[in-house]
Structure formats: structure tokens, C-alpha cells
Design a protein around this ligand. Structure first.
Ligand code: F0G
Length: 462
């Protein structure tokens, strides 16, 4: 199947039967809106946005089958039928034994971190994610980045920039001892690296290494099917394997998972924690009642769980992923044709502009990526987001993290926009690229305590 689809153009394996009209604004309106938003695209009103590429989280279009599933919601407080459908889907497609629904991914991260991390523990991971690391730190843990160096270089063409550097992991194990490392945190299709995959070869090596030392692997499986698509396309030996089977093979290398179903699983809200170990599961199940809700709904309505169960099955379809990642690649190629610097290879869920290369006259303290996101919004009403120094935040001692990647993310919602929208986005970015030398940076004038990128406010320098 893959060799066949590889040779031909992708097309959406669906047709539209309902549309949502978009809002057009004038440039004067957008200048006013971005100032009112403190130059933070998270603070814009959706009504002031034309094409919304802020995130692929909770922004997908559900299928008619998912919408039909909502009607079958069993809204019992306990033992909803839809919970059992969700549990069955997780077991069937991912192979994890025990499932606890949560309101979204970070709900699962909270429970997992509380159950597994003791103060002073070290949690190695293939690059940080904002909420994941914060929950690890709030539980007293210390995150350690063990992703390969190539992942920090936007121009490096390594096909699996999500891979773990086994030497970095081994050095941590030697320094702290395996008992200080409750688990290795592995994301599939690493978000902060630009939507970059990890290979099955690397995962299997990691599995063998951690098994010998009694260290678990917890999988952030938010975008596992996109990762599976890249394995099918790039990793020798997997060209004829279905995405469905590759997803299962990935999960088989790990002991449990946190999931934000708002991405891969094509729903607007929801997530879960999945664990193979019965004792850990029982502890997590008793905690979920404190933070999310009873363990058969975890902060979700019955109908939400039904939509996730159906979305999981749709997400592992080969044609779906080919079109999904194909659209992202299409936008990435357009950007490259304009000569715009982006993270390469193009990732799975979005195109990431290299803001340091785009605005080399700005220092990282002048927030190049934040600046660029606001300039693109002003040009066309396209909303993107910062993934650089603002997102990276501060360490436990209050010092700014200075990530090597200073990126603007154009995140593509699944099944929502067309190729023509991608053309408009690329042309708008090209217009900003033309005037890049005249763009001034920003200063931060308000900084919230946690996950500052969501609510921070800025003013224009000069
Ligand atoms: N892990 C990854 C890799 C994520 O991308 C996200 C969310 C989460 C965990 C947390 O899940 O939002 O359901 O609580 N990422 C969104 C984004 C917010 O825009 O990248 P959540």
C-alpha cells in the first residue's frame, strides 16, 4: 500500500458536508487586536483570526461517525458503556492493558508524575514538552534531555530527529543510578523538535537497555500515528507494514502512556493514562478520583469517550495519515520554495520557522519567534505560535532556559483546511520574509508563574 501511495499525489480521503465560515479582518483591525493581545497569539480572540494554525490540539474536524457516536453517549456517572469502548480501542490499537480517562493529556501527566516520581528523581526524555516537564518538576523530579544532538539543529536532515542518544542516557544512569530514574519519557513525533519521529530501531535498543536495568518507558503517544507514518516512509523494512501495525509495534516497546487525544485521535477534548503494571494502575486509579473524576469517566462525558474510541481507529488509517502529513509537507515545500528557513525535514503536525535564521538581527532576549508570530498575524490574520525562549520558561531556580531552537509553529489542524489555505499561509509568510530586515523585537511586560507562553504580554521595542 505504501509504495503505491508514495508514487501518487495524496488527496483527502473524505469529502465535506458542513463548513464553517471564516472571519476576514483588515490590517488596521489586526494591528489593534494584536496590541490588545499583548503581542501574544494565545491572547487573540478566535473571531479576529482568519486561518488558525495556533495548534493541532482539539482543533480537528470530527468525522460523521464520530458525531454519530456522540449521540450514543451513556452519561452514567459510573460504568458508562463508552468507557468500555474506549478501553477496548486502547487495548486493540495500542495494546496497553489498563486505561484511565483524563480530561486531556496534562491530566494524565499529573497523575503519572504523582504516582511514579519521587523528589530528586531524574526523568530522561527525548526533548522536553512544556506541560510534561512542568508536571515532572512539580512532583520533585528533574528532567534531563537525552535526544540526539541533531534534533537541536533546524537544518540537519536526520530522518529520525526524535531518537534517543543512548550514550547520554547511559551517562545519566551511571551518574545517578537506575534507582533514581523511575522511567524514560519518550514522545513519539517530538513536538518541540518540530514534529520529528523516533525510529523503531532506536526504540528497541532503548527497550533492551532499560529492561536490563529495571527502568520503565512511558510513552507520550499524543502523535504516535504520525510517527508511525514516518517509520513506514523512512525506516528500512517497514515500507509494506500498515500504520496500524507500526503503531502497535511502537507501543509494544513501552510500559505505559499518556495521551492527549486532542491530536492524533481526532477529538476536541480528552485524553488518557494507560499502564501495563497492575499496581501502578491501581495507584493511579485511586488518584484520578481526586483530580479528574471517577475512573470510568476521568473528567469526560460519555460521548467524549465514544468520539475518542472512534477517532483512534480512524487515526491509524494509512490514507488518512498520508493526506495529513502530505498537507504539512506541501506547506513546508512552499515555504522552502520561497527560501524561508524552516526546520527540516518537515515535521508531522506542522511547519516550524527557524526564527533565529529569519530575524538574525534580534537576540533571543528580544523574542524573535514571538515577534515573528505577531508579524505574520498582522500581515494576513494567520495565527501561529511561539516555540522558543518564551515557551521554554524558567528552571526551578528561576533562570531562563535558552533553548537552541527558536521556532514559530504553523500547526495544521487535521481535516480542517485545504491546500488553497496553505498557499495563502505561505504567501503571507513570504511577504513578512521580504521585509524581515525592518522588523523590531519585543520586550516582556507581564510574565505569569507557570507555562508563561500562554498568558505573557509584550510590547514592541523601539
Ligand atoms: N504532550 C505533547 C507532546 C503535547 O503536544 C501536548 C499538548 C501535551 C502532551 C499535553 O496535552 O494539551 O491535552 O493537555 N500540546 C498542545 C500543543 C497544547 O499545542 O502542542 P493536553
Amino acid at each position: 500500500m505504501s509504495t503505491h501511495t508514495q508514487k501518487r499525489s495524496w488527496a483527502e480521503p473524505y469529502k465535506m458536508k458542513m463548513v464553517e465560515l471564516l472571519h476576514m479582518t483588515t490590517k488596521a483591525q489586526r494591528v489593534k487586536a494584536i496590541k490588545a493581545a499583548g503581542f501574544n497569539t494565545f491572547q487573540l480572540k478566535s473571531e479576529d483570526v482568519y486561518i488558525d494554525l495556533l495548534t493541532d490540539s482539539g482543533t480537528s474536524a470530527m468525522s460523521d461517525r464520530q458525531w454519530a457516536g456522540l449521540i450514543t453517549g451513556d452519561e452514567a456517572y459510573a460504568g458508562s458503556r463508552n468507557f468500555y469502548h474506549l478501553e477496548a480501542a486502547v487495548r486493540q490499537f495500542y495494546g496497553y492493558r489498563h486505561v484511565i480517562p483524563t480530561h486531556q493529556g496534562r491530566g494524565a501527566e499529573n497523575i503519572l508524575s504523582k504516582v511514579m516520581i519521587k523528589p530528586g528523581d531524574v526523568i530522561p526524555g527525548n526533548m522536553y514538552f512544556t506541560t510534561t516537564r512542568l508536571h515532572q518538576e512539580l512532583a520533585g523530579g528533574i528532567f534531563a534531555d537525552i535526544i540526539i544532538d541533531e534534533a537541536h539543529d533546524p537544518a540537519n536532515l536526520h530522518p529520525f530527529k526524535g531518537n534517543v542518544d543512548m550514550n547520554k542516557l547511559d551517562a545519566l544512569v551511571k551518574k545517578h543510578g537506575a534507582r533514581k530514574i523511575p522511567y524514560v519519557s519518550i514522545a513519539t513525533n517530538v513536538n518541540m523538535a518540530g514534529g520529528q519521529p523516533i525510529s523503531l530501531e532506536n526504540l528497541r535498543e532503548l527497550r533492551a537497555y532499560t529492561r536490563e536495568r529495571g527502568i520503565q518507558i512511558i510513552h507520550d503517544m499524543t502523535r504516535v500515528a504520525e510517527n508511525a507514518y514516518f517509520i513506514q516512509q523512512r525506516e528500512p523494512g517497514y515500507g509494506d507494514m500498515s500504520i496500524r501495525d507500526i503503531v502497535k509495534a511502537i507501543c509494544d516497546c513501552t510500559d505505559g502512556a499518556t495521551m492527549s487525544a486532542k491530536k492524533d485521535a481526532l477529538v476536541n477534548i480528552g485524553g488518557f493514562l494507560a499502564l501495563n503494571d497492575l499496581d501502578l494502575f491501581e495507584e493511579a486509579r485511586s488518584l484520578v478520583v481526586v483530580y479528574e473524576g471517577l475512573d470510568t469517566y476521568g473528567g469526560l462525558a460519555g460521548r467524549d469517550m465514544e468520539a475518542i474510541a472512534i477517532g483512534i481507529a480512524e487515526s491509524v488509517d494509512d490514507l488518512h495519515q498520508h493526506a495529513r502529513v502530505g498537507q504539512v509537507e506541501y506547506l513546508g515545500q512552499k515555504m522552502m520554495d520561497f527560501g524561508i528557513p524552516i526546520v527540516k525535514p518537515v515535521g508531522g503536525h506542522g511547519v516550524f520557522l527557524d526564527a533565529s535564521a529569519f530575524l538574525p538581527h534580534l537576540s533571543q532576549d528580544e523574542f524573535p519567534a514571538q515577534t515573528l508570530a505577531s508579524e505574520i498575524y498582522i500581515d494576513s490574520g494567520v495565527r501561529t505560535m511561539e516555540r522558543g525562549i518564551v515557551s521554554a520558561g524558567r528552571d526551578a531556580q528561576g533562570r531562563n532556559y535558552y533553548p537552541r531552537l527558536e521556532l514559530v509553529r504553523f500547526t495544521i489542524p487535521r481535516r480542517v483546511y485545504t491546500q488553497a489555505h496553505m498557499d495563502v499561509v505561505a504567501e503571507s509568510t513570504a511577504a513578512v520574509w521580504e521585509k524581515r530586515n525592518r522588523i523590531k523585537g519585543l520586550k516582556m511586560v507581564y510574565e505569569p508563574k507557570y507555562l508563561r507562553f500562554f498568558q505573557a504580554r509584550f510590547e514592541k521595542l523601539g
